[in-house]
Write a protein that binds this ligand. Structure first.
Ligand code: ADP
Ligand code: MG
Length: 495
């Protein structure tokens, strides 16, 4: 999904109905970044032709056995450790039974009573305040296949099944009911997605279905301790949808209860275009999935040595990095949030600062010019031929007065696209600063001659007019006059 806002969500926009409190718990499915599926050797690359990424295991043929993907376990553990969760030394894979065309075996392999980890928390920041949303658990499970109802694809009236996704490795991250506003839910999801990406546990691209969210919502009178009856919202395909759906559901529940009605425990399908949630099914009790331990899979045992190795390889997390940028680079928290949004961008920033110092100058160039380039190109930084050395060379050309700040932006745009060195671009495009004193003096005299009235005022003591004269020469030079040399010449000629 495209969402370039920094992970720090801005001001509260939703107004909670007076006297009420909302309670929200989120269930997120994230697809693990592995080559192969959770229990088979088939790949699960996005966008492959239907039914080309399957083995006997994914199709559910009898007599085949699932084999647990070690890499998937490692990634799941990485997430658990990064979120401070408790990893269980032994966990169990269970069969969850239901009947649907997207499930060839008739059951999904998941974890139920004994998930691989419990507890932990997701750090969030909202309105400048940091807090942590505690988790109930994280478990591993295989994805279901995909039913395709789209008439354009199926030719109308039929449903096709694409088994490419069947068995893809997922983690389900379940929050405790401790989120209290749509914005807080948004902040939670942005933070979690960012952490998954920092850890390289998941690409967490919502548009590719690699990050999916269900929202459980209930309301209660302010001060009540007992939880209200919840509904579960499905089909939340973007962070904006999640926030809108939750806001709308809170209002609906409050109006319902204030009107003497009762919230039914339901699963609701959110339609963002109409802004309404329609009941899919009403559950009086938990669905009966007839869970039992999968006899084909041994219990998962996690050795302490493995945990230690993974712990040692964890990167600095985004919220820790943000704080460090404010503390040790003296950056505003807005800059810190923008720079740490993407791990590649933040590595670029740090490398440039190591070479050049001046964190705020580097930050300005990245926030203004570099991110404009990536956004415009629709590419990640790693896909551009630009290195920190490029930026630093350019900044040094500006410092040496060899090009102006204005021309440097033009050089930047070009080098970000082509990877050419800034000096070569500057020469080829004639973007060198004019620092030749003869040439500057000639331009300065022309401007002085054409502005007799301003010259008189300047000489009468209005010295702030110097900026006016410098500006005029700058314009006449096509933005290329070396500002320091020019000021000096101008002051001399006017004085
Ligand atoms: P299930 O497995 O049936 O979906 P869980 O008890 O595992 O149910 O809860 C799923 C999610 O619902 C969790 O994120 C939890 O925080 C949330 N939740 C549970 N009760 C409530 C409630 N009364 N209001 C809001 N969210 C709730
Ligand atoms: Mg649920």
């Amino acid at each position: 999904m495209t969402d370039s806002n920094p992970s720090v969500t801005p001001k509260h926009a939703f107004r909670m109905p007076k006297g009420w409190e909302a309670v929200i718990g989120l269930e997120v499915h994230a697809q693990l970044k592995t080559e192969s599926k959770l229990f088979s050797s088939a790949p699960h690359a996005f966008g492959a032709a239907p039914n080309t990424q399957t083995t006997e295991v994914d199709v559910g043929l009898p007599g085949v056995l699932p084999v647990l993907n070690e890499k998937a376990v490692e990634l799941a553990l990485r997430l658990a450790l990064a979120l401070g969760a408790k990893v269980q030394p032994v966990s169990i894979f269970a069969r969850k039974h239901y009947f649907y065309p997207d499930l060839p075996k008739g059951y999904q392999i998941s974890q139920y009573e004994e998930p691989y980890c419990t507890d932990g928390a997701v750090p969030i920041e909202l309105d400048g305040e940091a807090r942590a949303i505690p988790l109930t658990r994280i478990h591993m499970e295989e994805d279901a296949a995909k039913n395709i109802h789209d008439d354009a694809v199926t030719g109308g009236g039929v449903t096709h099944v694409d088994l490419n996704r069947a068995g893809a490795p997922l983690v389900e991250i379940v929050s405790t009911p401790n989120i209290h506003s749509p914005e807080e839910a948004g902040a939670y999801l942005r933070s979690l997605r960012q952490i998954l990406r920092y850890l390289e546990v998941s690409d967490a691209d919502m548009e590719k279905g690699q990050f999916r969210c269900d929202a459980n919502v209930s309301v209660r009178r302010a001060g009540d301790v007992k939880l209200g009856t919840r509904t579960e919202l499905k089909n939340l395909n973007s962070f904006r949808f999640v926030e809108r759906a939750i806001a709308s559901e809170i209002r609906r529940q409050v109006e319902l209860v204030e009107g003497g009605g009762k919230v039914l425990q339901q699963t609701l399908h959110w339609d963002d275009r109409s802004g309404t949630a329609t009941p899919m099914r009403t559950k009086e009790q938990a669905d009966d999935y007839r869970y039992f331990p999968d006899p084909d899979l041994p219990p998962l045992r996690v050795e302490p040595a493995l945990l230690e190795r993974i712990r040692g390889s964890l990167p600095e997390l985004p919220h820790v990095r943000r704080a460090r940028y404010v503390e040790s680079f003296g950056l505003p928290s807005y800059d810190a949030a923008v720079l740490t949004e993407d791990r590649d961008v933040s590595a670029f920033f740090e490398a440039a600062v190591r070479l050049y110092g001046q964190p705020k100058t580097v930050s300005n160039w990245i926030m203004r010019d570099l991110l404009a380039t990536t956004t415009e190109a629709g590419k990640g930084l790693s896909e551009l031929p630009l290195t920190p050395e490029h930026l630093v060379e350019l900044l040094k050309l500006v410092d040496a007065g060899r090009t102006t700040a204005g021309s440097a932006r033009e050089v930047f745009a070009q080098m970000a696209k082509t990877g050419e060195r800034p000096e070569a671009i500057m020469r080829a495009r004639g973007l060198e600063a004019v620092s030749d004193s003869g040439e500057l003096e000639r331009l300065a005299r022309t401007v002085i001659d054409a502005n007799a009235a301003q010259v008189a005022k300047y000489r009468a003591g209005e010295t702030k007019l110097l900026n006016f004269f410098v500006g005029q020469v700058m314009k006449a030079s096509g933005g290329k006059a070396d500002p320091a040399a020019l000021r000096e010449i101008m002051t001399r000629l006017l004085g």
